[in-house]
Design a binder for this molecule. Structure first.
Ligand code: AMP
Ligand code: MG
Length: 336
């Protein structure tokens, strides 16, 4: 490594994934190794996910260092997702980061997970000032930069889009992740079933949709599963498109970027693309490898933080399970 190279090791553990990424200021992302906990049944059990993370931490860390061809001694600083996320899961990643920072005498960098989903998309897509549609298992946020921070121009009032789609798919006996299975079934639908479509101002609500669709699925009503899946995703994605379109009109950004795990949805990509075309703005989706939770995005965002003087003493490094996107200063942002 050269003298002026900054190398950041980033650890992700907000929910289902234990990930380690390594970013070099000269060479870009050197490694992105992720290991996801898959529940045997039901949703994510925070304690079981945390146990998974602790059990794979050493293997994932060693693999990332080996792929990047660096040693811990070469690392400039250690970054970790401090929140938002599940407490038991966050605690594993932060404990590993704290131990590495203390043992190797490296600075510790606190990274906000939502900021990381946005920054990795801006970096990989080379887009400077987009309206961001961030849809994942735990978050559904429409955000854009304004006056020093990413501001929230719309969000879910209850459950996240990914969670909503996963729970529905799981409860009706389709596999996980929910979106591709629901979208496949929806292809054979013949009619639309009216379901709760709830947009309040700039925000959306998905829990009423989920409750009603599950009620229909478990009732004696004569319905076809294909029609229900089609209506479910049309309603959920429709709400998201509406609040995105409203945020676009409000912010007047000239590009829309889709990020987070649900960004892999081909149907959602197509719908956003059509809406963006109507408004003559660019539409881009983060590459699939970096759509869901990953260590690479924490390493890269850790680099942005570290190079702007953002570090935290180990003894003050508490996790922040409810750390909102709009609480974070973004000193590296340069507006056109
Ligand atoms: P994240 O929390 O960012 O890792 O995103 C997790 C979410 O991504 C889950 O709730 C899934 O519904 C969603 N997801 C995972 N794989 C796919 C896929 N191939 N297509 C659409 N959504 C997906
Ligand atoms: Mg995420």
């Amino acid at each position: 490594m050269s003298l002026n190279e900054i190398i950041i090791l980033g650890i992700e553990t907000t929910a289902h994934t234990f990930g380690v990424g390594i970013f070099s200021s000269l060479k870009g992302i050197l490694a992105n190794v992720n290991d996801a906990y898959v529940p045997l049944e039901g949703g994510i059990h925070p304690r079981e996910a945390a146990e998974h993370h602790a059990s794979v931490a050493h293997k994932v860390l060693s693999k990332a260092l080996s792929i990047a061809n660096v040693k811990m001694e070469d690392i400039t600083a250690v970054a970790a997702s401090f929140g938002p996320g599940l407490g038991p899961c966050l605690r594993v990643g932060c404990s590993v980061a704290r131990a590495l920072a203390a043992h190797y005498s490296k600075p510790l960098v606190p990274v906000n997970h939502c900021v990381a989903h946005i920054e990795i998309a801006r970096y990989l897509l080379k887009v400077s000032d987009p309206l961001v549609v961030y849809v994942s298992g735990g978050n559904t946020i429409i955000a854009a930069y304004s006056d020093g921070r990413y501001r929230v121009f719309g969000e879910t009032l209850d459950i996240a889009l990914g969670n909503c789609l996963d729970v529905f798919a799981r409860e009706i006996g389709l596999g996980l992740p929910g979106p591709p299975h629901l979208e496949e079934k929806a292809k054979k639908a013949k009619k639309f079933i009216e379901l709760p479509y709830i947009v309040k101002g700039q925000d959306l609500s998905l829990s009423g949709l989920l409750t009603k669709a599950l009620e229909i699925a478990s009732s004696d009503t004569n319905y076809s599963l294909e029609d229900l899946c089609y209506s479910f995703i049309e309603t959920a994605y429709g709400m998201l498109i509406e609040v995105t379109e409203r945020a676009l009109a409000h912010t007047r950004k000239n590009s829309v970027v889709l990020t987070g795990g649900v960004a892999r949805s081909k149907v959602l990509q197509k719908k956003l693309e059509i809406m963006c075309k109507l408004h003559s703005v660019n539409f881009m989706t983060v590459p699939a490898e970096y759509a869901g939770d990953n260590g690479g995005m924490i390493a890269y965002t850790g680099y942005l933080c570290y190079s702007h003087g953002i570090t935290i003493p180990v003894e003050k490094s508490y996790i922040r399970p409810r750390w909102r996107l709009d609480e974070v200063d973004i000193p590296w942002f340069k507006q056109d």
